[in-house]
Design a protein around this ligand. Structure first.
Ligand code: C2O
Ligand code: CU
Length: 475
């Protein structure tokens, strides 16, 4: 992706205004610290999302495209991204899933001043873990992500597994009106208090696609990224047996997904190895079965007429090398409990809002419908939900007392998912976002090895802005 390299003059321009703003992280010098640089301009653009027979759509996006450019670095490499804000409002960029220094985390008011229209901010950090990540604004996320601001961040292993093609499918969900424009009913209380803003158009890499071309006998590494505000996917690859090799960027024991469905809540990722075991000329559906009443075909895998690339597939050689994440000491870990409450059909009658008890009507009037441990949070800065000591191990039991799904995300760390409803998980998978089903109880474990105030929130963006967020402080 060298085409994304920034030219010298732009760096200098960006640097100059940043120095003026006093927010420039000093670039590292010398070969070892040399960073790979990318420009990232956030602005509006008109693009064709739903095909030529429909009007174009005005979106907000990075570098004039949807999704934004795929930013790709090698594990351990430094990344420097000069963000320029040409949107009509403040923005920030959050590097979802990357274990980076707090000041680079892109949370407005908490870790940085938001980037004002016409302003710049330079993000610079190392990528310690290989895997599939993504970037998006953390300012007015429900609207800014919902209008198209997101992109993939891929960190390649130093020694990647061998495949014929390494493909990313960035899945987005849009709520479009008849004229293909984006519906501007962001944060309406129906979405906030129910399942979030579920759209009516799903795109793969920025377009509604009918087909994806494959060749018989090829092995594809397929990186799935769910960038939707609220839509949960459960993808079934008919006629194929994909193996999951990573979740949220982190390697997992290779396995077939339960019930043959790859389930991804908002912000979650999965890396699959898909062997193209069909015959030349065949076609197979990829179907999303998450909402039983709304099954639809995402696209077809269409085999070319070319002769098979191979007729048998190596069973091994798909396991990914582990990332350098510290292993939580479960025996010595401190335990904490986090209770998720609220939403329609929930029991929540009141919550703490700005330090005072507020009844459900008052919460609704303030656009809030959710709470964590009884607190409905507004904005990004508040009293920490939990305070952790640096390098200690913690187990958090999350209890979902609502009748809704919640993909709960912690910044700056990856955690092991230990159990669900008291049953140990099979793979003790590392995640940065864990999907809780209605009424589900999940235990996670982590070493608090990253200093700072870290957001902990539901990644259904309407739930996040509707109160379901908090801060975990590591000091
Ligand atoms: Cu992907 Cu707090 O976000
Ligand atoms: Cu939620």
């Amino acid at each position: 992706m060298n085409s994304g390299m920034i030219n010298r003059r732009d760096i200098l321009t960006g640097t100059a205004s940043l120095l003026a703003a006093g927010s420039l992280p000093l670039p590292a010098h010398g070969a070892a610290g040399a960073a790979k640089e990318f420009p990232l301009v956030a602005a509006s653009a008109r693009l064709s999302l739903v095909g030529v027979q429909h009007p174009t759509t005005e979106v907000w996006c990075y570098e004039g495209r949807v999704p934004g450019p795929e930013i790709r670095v090698r594990q351990g490499e430094r990344l420097r991204v000069v963000v320029e804000n040409r949107l009509p409002e403040d923005t920030t960029v959050h590097w979802h899933g990357i274990r980076l220094p707090n000041a680079m985390d892109g949370v407005p008011h908490l870790t940085q001043k938001p980037i004002a229209p016409g302003g710049y901010f330079t993000y610079e950090f190392e990528c310690p873990d290989a895997g599939t990540y993504w970037y998006h604004p953390h300012q007015s996320s429900a609207e800014q992500v919902g209008r198209g601001l997101s992109g993939a961040l891929i960190v390649d292993e130093r020694d990647p597994v061998e495949v014929d093609r390494d493909i990313t499918w960035l899945l987005s969900d849009w709520r479009l009106l008849k004229d293909a424009s984006i519906s501007d009913d962001f944060r309406n209380m129906h979405d906030v208090a129910h399942g979030g803003r579920i759209g009516n158009v799903v795109t793969v890499n920025g377009a509604v696609r009918d087909t994806f071309q494959v060749r018989a006998g090829e092995r594809i590494r397929l990186r799935l990224i769910n960038t939707a505000n609220a839509r949960i996917f459960a993808l079934e690859f008919e006629g194929h047996a994909p193996k999951v090799t990573a979740l949220d960027g982190q390697p997992v024991e290779p396995h077939e997904p339960p019930n043959g469905r790859v389930v991804l809540g908002p912000a979650m990722r999965a890396d699959l190895i898909v062997d193209m075991t069909g015959a030349p000329g065949q076609s197979f559906r990829v179907v999303d079965r998450f909402y039983s009443s709304l099954n639809y075909r995402l696209l077809n895998l269409v085999y070319s007429e070319e002769p098979p690339l191979r007729t048998s597939f190596a069973r091994d050689h798909i396991r990914l090398p582990a990332n350098p994440i510290p292993e939580p000491a479960l025996d010595a870990a401190d335990r904490h409990k986090i209770v998720l409450g609220g939403g329609m059909m929930g029991q929540m009658r009141a919550a703490i809002l700005d330090g005072k008890r507020a009844d459900i009507r008052t919460l609704f009037q303030n656009g809030l419908a959710w709470a964590i441990n009884g607190v409905a949070a507004r904005g990004h800065v508040h009293k920490p939900l939990l305070t952790f000591s640096l390098n200690r191990s913690y187990i958090i039991e999350m209890v979902n007392e609502t009748t809704w799904h919640h993909p709960m995300h912690l910044h700056g760390h990856s955690f092991r998912v230990l159990s669900r409803n008291g049953q140990p998980t099979r793979y003790k998978e590392w995640q940065d976002t864990v999907l809780l089903a209605p009424r589900e109880r999940v235990e996670i474990a982590l070493v608090a090895d990253n200093l700072g105030d870290w957001m902990f929130h539901c990644h259904i963006l309407e739930h996040q802005e509707g109160g379901m967020m908090g801060i975990i402080r590591v000091e």
